[in-house]
Design a protein around this ligand. Structure first.
Ligand code: 5GP
Ligand code: ZN
Length: 119
């Protein structure tokens, strides 16, 4: 069911502390932690504590929670001091776009320049 913890989900396990992570921010509804394979000096994942498979499903099921994730992405960028130089918020959606963990998450990337279009 949408929003319910999934026993086979890596990020649900991070939410409850079953899998360790370097947490940089936490709210009642979200957790932000460093990506294990960083692609930029700042690479933080912001997730809702509730399980939703991707960003669109999250927004459809719980728009307030989706906004919580976006606001926290901005807070992470400010905390990491990448908000003045610019940063990216990325939601890979579907395997073809590189999604590997099917628990909605925003990648917050900063601390270097970025090209457009993305690869
Ligand atoms: P996706 O490919 O689904 O957009 O992003 C999943 C991200 O989760 C990847 O960037 C990957 O490096 C990260 N990741 C995978 N396993 C772990 C883990 O156990 N801990 C942390 N902190 N990040 C992980
Ligand atoms: Zn999950």
């Amino acid at each position: 069911m949408a929003g319910e913890p999934q026993s086979d989900c890596l990020f649900c396990k991070i939410v409850v502390g079953e899998v360790p992570a370097t947490i940089v921010r936490e709210t009642d509804t979200t957790v932000a932690f460093r990506d294990i394979n960083p692609q930029a000096p700042t690479h933080v994942l912001v997730i809702p504590k509730a399980h939703h498979r991707d960003a669109a499903a999250l927004a459809a099921a719980d728009p307030v929670l989706a906004a919580d994730v976006l606001r926290e992405a901005g807070e992470v960028a400010a905390q990491e001091k990448t908000d003045t130089t610019g940063y990216r918020i990325i939601f890979n959606t579907g395997t073809g776009a590189g999604q590997t963990v099917f628990h909605a998450h925003a990648h917050v990337l900063g601390g270097r320049g970025f090209e457009w279009p993305p690869g």
